[in-house]
Ligand binder design. Structure first.
Ligand SMILES: [Zn+2]
Ligand SMILES: [Zn+2]
Length: 107
């Protein structure tokens, strides 16, 4: 699906869909990478999220703890390099953005 027009847009369903299709993986100390298909254009994108040394240190202690209520809300925008007509020069993505809830274990 690469023929969608570029459109800065969000929708509750984006967050709902991404919550079930995206995976969060700690790639290095203080950096988590979100990977999954954009809920609008369907292209798999990778979003690096800097979570900070303090939080990654906390992760080590809490790896086996149940989800805590301090989940972090991370704004995510589509960063695909598909051809979406109408996209401003130099920009990436289809324009979709949403909020991804990082579970404490992924921070
Ligand atoms: Zn796209
Ligand atoms: Zn997209």
């Amino acid at each position: 699906m690469s023929h969608l027009d570029y459109l800065p847009v969000t929708d509750d369903s984006f967050a709902t869909t991404a919550a079930s299709t995206f995976t969060a993986k700690v790639v290095s100390a203080g950096t988590t990478e979100l990977t999954g298909p954009c809920p609008r254009c369907g292209t798999v994108i990778r979003i690096p999220v800097v979570t900070g040394i303090y939080k990654s240190f906390r992760l080590l202690r809490r790896r086996h703890a149940p989800p805590a209520p301090d989940a972090r809300l991370e704004p995510v925008i589509c960063t695909c390099d598909d051809d979406h007509p109408g996209r401003p020069e130099g920009d990436v993505g289809c324009g979709a953005f949403w909020i991804f809830q990082l579970e404490p274990a992924a921070q």
